[in-house]
Design a protein around this ligand. Sequence first.
Ligand code: TXA
Ligand code: MG
Length: 353
Amino acid sequence: MALTLDARALLAPAQAGAAALAQAQQAVEQAALALKAGALVGLPTETVYGLAADADQAQAVGRIFDAKGRPKDHPLIVHLAGATAAQWQAGVAHYARALPDFALKLMQAFWPGPLTLILPRRPEVGAASAGGQDSIGLRCPAHPVAQALLQACQAIGVQGLAAPSANRFGRVSPTTAEHVRDEFDAQLSDAELLILDGGPCPVGIESTIVDCSRGRPVLLRPGMIGIEALEAAIGQPVALRDQAAPKASGTLESHYAPTARVRLMPQAEMQAALDLLGADARHIAIYTRQPVSSASRHLLLRYMPTQAEACAQELFAVLRELDQPGVKLIWVETPPADPAWDGVRDRLQRAAA
Ligand code: TXA
Ligand code: MG
C-alpha cells in the first residue's frame, strides 16, 4: 500500500480553510523529508503525475527505474523550483554546463510551465537521472503542489527532483493520484511511496520537449506548447527530431498503450465497420468527436471534446476508463490535422502503434 496525502488545498489557498491548508502544507513537508531520506513521491504536475526522487541521490533514482521497469539508459527529467526566475536560473546552473541563448529565451517565455529542455550536463551532477547521457532534461513545473514541494525540498538541500511519468514502463501516464496508486500500490509500501494528491492534472499530456544540447533547437516530443509558440518565442525555426535524436522512452513508437488494442480511424470508416458488425459488435469501446450509430447495445461510447486542450486534459483518464475488462478494441476517431492537436495526435498514434 502506498500512502496518499491530500494537498489539494494548495490549489486555491484563498478558498481553502486554514486547517486544510495547514494539513496540505504538512503533507508537503512530509514528502520533502521522505525524498531527502531516499523514498519516492507521487508528484502532481500540470501535465501528468511524476514518480519523483532526489535527483542527486543515485540510489533513490535507481528505485524509480526499478519501480517503473524502465531501462536504465532512458534519461529522466529533473524538476526545478521556480518561485522566481532567479531561483530556476540557480537550478539550471546547478545541472547544466551551458545555456544557449535560445534555451534561455524558451525558459523565460514558458517557465514555470509544461516545457522540458535538454541541455549539456555538468558531468559531476545528475548522472543517474540522465541515464548516462552527457545531457540533462530540465523542467520547472507550474503546478502549485509541485512548486510547494520543490520549495520545501530546496529548504532541506534537495536541489531537484528526477521524475518520469508515474506509470509502469510503456503504459498510459497517470493524471490523478488514484491512477498513481493503481500503478504501484501492489508493488510499493507506504514507506517506499508517498503520493501527494494535487487533483486532476490540468494539461493532461506530458510536457513539450526541446533538445537544446546540439546547437539548434529540436522538438523531441510535441506537447500542448506547440511548435509555432516555441518559434515565436525565440524568433528562429525549431527542427523536428531526426534519427540522430537521443533515445527517449516517450518517443518510442509504441508507448502510452492500454491493454486493449487502440486503432485510429476516420469517423466514416468507424461507421462503416459498425454497420458491418450490426448488433454483433461487442468488446469495442469508442472515442469519437462526430456521432456514430450502431445496432449493438454492447458498445462503450465516449465523445471526444472538440477543443484540443479539453481532449488532452481528459485523454489518459479516458483511455484508462475505456480499457476495462471485456474491452478488446478501442476505436478512436483520428484527431484533426490542425497543429493544436499535435500533442494529442502523437500520444494516440503511439497508443495505437
Ligand atoms: O510532463 C512531463 O514531462 C512529465 C512530468 C512528470 O514532468 N514527465 C515525463 O517524464 O513525461 P518521462 O520520463 O515519462 O518522459 C521524459 C522524456 C523521456 O522520453 C526521456 O527519455 C526524455 O524525456 N529525456 C529526459 N532527459 C533526456 C535527455 N537528457 N536526453 C534526451 N531525452 C531525455
Ligand atoms: Mg512517460
